[in-house]
Design a protein around this ligand. Structure first.
Ligand SMILES: Nc1ncnc2c1ncn2[C@@H]1O[C@H](COP(=O)(O)OP(=O)(O)OP(=O)(O)O)[C@@H](O)[C@H]1O
Ligand SMILES: [Mg+2]
Length: 448
């Protein structure tokens, strides 16, 4: 069997005869050797050129074999080199002491060549295997570290993708929700507009015709005094009719104007401005949103009408996606209505009339003139601190299934923060009410 050329056996003995015998035996067996004639030399050599195995005599002048072994085991550079003691045949105490000091084996004097070679080969084999194992261990460690790094990288990538996916999902839901609602509202506005046009056009004609007819009637009454005609005039209360007709025409005109306002609001609300920002009047947006939510603000069996108090400041036109901001106003106002509805349930109608449900909508330009601030405040049930920290989270809701999806505020935040570079914040006192503040920069913000 041939051992690697790198395997060097250090023989440490002060006795030249022993050195010669052992050296010859090992060299003959094809092994490489080094020699040292004292413990001190052995330590020095082992430090600068570590051998793979040490054959160590016990009795030596200077430091003896045991002390040499102890020092070898104390030094990290030589700690791992296997040591075989050379002892007298029957000296059991020395053998035990040698093992206790960390030796791996012993050989006895006088040397039995075959036995010495067998033990040396065995320990070299173990040494080489150990080295190999250590190398593999190091490689394994490196590999594990690399793998860990890659897992970390991959996890980071995955969680980024997951986040992107969530954002995309919110955007998708938002645009779907918006386009469905927008289309419906735009459709209704369109349907209202056609009959409205001929209604208002005809009211004007009707007014003109009736004016003529009434004049004509007066002439009749003056020149045609027939009892049959006069009786009929009394029967149908002509006098009152003549007085009332202008009032009816007026209210019909007011009615058509109101329908036109509603239709305009519907169109403002459903404005499709997703591709680029346009200068818009925030108040127009809020008003159109209130119009859409009118049916929810109205009184019902449980509570009287919710009071809307507008404290509108003097706002400049803002470059924005007004259709999307309307959606924010709608989400926030709808939440306020939900909160008011919820706390109305435990109260009597009269009690609510005394202390009414209120939504205050206040707008102003920020002190630094950099943004417009829209505050929407309700005196509903309020939000606990724990819930407050989660209200902008995707899919977070405290409402029952079918009532809330937990999308309103996360969509709103995305529209305000990401699409407009603004802020959305919430202040609330449990049992007293909630205020949502929306800040939109006045200077144009370029969305990434
Ligand atoms: N004005 C408010 N008063 C009390 N709680 C509120 C108010 N606004 C929001 N919240 C709380 O924040 C939660 C999240 O609101 P969000 O609008 O995101 O979802 P939602 O209203 O539950 O469902 P969705 O709006 O999707 O129908 C609500 O479930 C509610 O607990
Ligand atoms: Mg909501």
């Amino acid at each position: 069997m041939h051992y690697s050329e790198n395997n060097i056996i250090l023989i440490v003995d002060d006795n030249p005869t022993n050195l010669a015998v052992l050296s010859e035996a090992l060299i003959d067996a094809g092994l490489e050797i080094a020699v040292a004639t004292s413990g001190e030399n052995a330590l020095k050599q082992s430090k600068y050129d570590p051998p793979d195995l040490i054959l160590l005599d016990i009795q030596m002048p200077g430091i003896n074999g045991f002390m040499t072994c102890e020092k070898l085991k104390d030094n990290p550079l030589t700690h791992d080199i296997p040591v075989i003691f050379m002892t007298a045949l029957h000296d059991t105490a020395d053998k035990v002491k040698g093992f206790n000091l960390g030796a791996v084996d012993y050989i006895t004097k006088p040397f039995q060549q075959e036995e010495v070679l067998a033990r040396v080969r065995l320990h070299l084999k173990i040494r080489n295997l150990t080295k190999k194992l250590e190398e593999q261990n190091i490689q394994l460690k490196q590999f594990t570290e690399e793998l860990e790094d890659r897992v970390k990288e991959r996890t980071a990538e995955l969680s980024k993708s997951l986040n992107d996916l969530k954002e995309a999902q919110i955007q998708l839901v938002q645009s779907e929700k918006m386009s469905a609602l927008g289309q419906l509202v735009a459709g209704i506005a369109h349907e209202i507009n056609n009959p409205l046009t001929y209604l208002s056009g005809n009211v004007d004609h009707l007014e003109e015709y009736l004016h003529g007819l009434l004049e004509h009637l007066q002439i009749y009454q003056q020149y045609c005094k027939h009892p049959k005609i006069e009786n009929h005039a009394v029967e149908i209360d002509l006098e009152f009719m003549v007085e009332d007709i202008p009032r009816i025409i007026n209210s019909a005109k007011l009615g058509t104007k109101r329908i036109r306002d509603i239709s305009n609001s519907l169109r403002t609300f459903s404005r499709a401005d997703t591709t680029y920002k346009v200068l818009a009047d925030i108040h127009e947006g809020i008003d159109s949103t209130l119009m859409i939510l009118q049916h929810r603000l109205k009184g019902n069996d449980i509570r009287p009408e919710i009071k809307i108090i507008k404290e509108y400041g003097n706002l400049p036109l803002i470059k924005c996606y007004l259709g999307q901001l309307n959606q924010v106003f709608m989400n926030v106002i709808a939440n306020a209505i939900d909160a008011l509805d919820e706390c109305s349930q435990g109260r009597s109608f009269e009690d609510i009339e005394r202390v009414p449900n209120i939504i205050i909508i206040k707008t102003q330009v920020s002190l630094d003139n950099q943004s417009v601030i829209i505050k929407i405040k309700d005196n509903g049930k309020g939000i606990s601190e724990k819930v407050k920290s989660q209200i902008f989270d995707y899919l977070f809701t405290t409402k029952s299934v079918g009532k809330g999806t937990g999308l309103g505020l996360s969509i709103s935040r995305q529209i305000v923060v990401e699409k407009h570079g603004g802020f959305l914040s919430c202040e609330s006192v449990l049992g007293e009410g909630t205020e949502l503040a929306i800040a939109i920069p006045i200077t144009e913000f370029v969305a990434s």
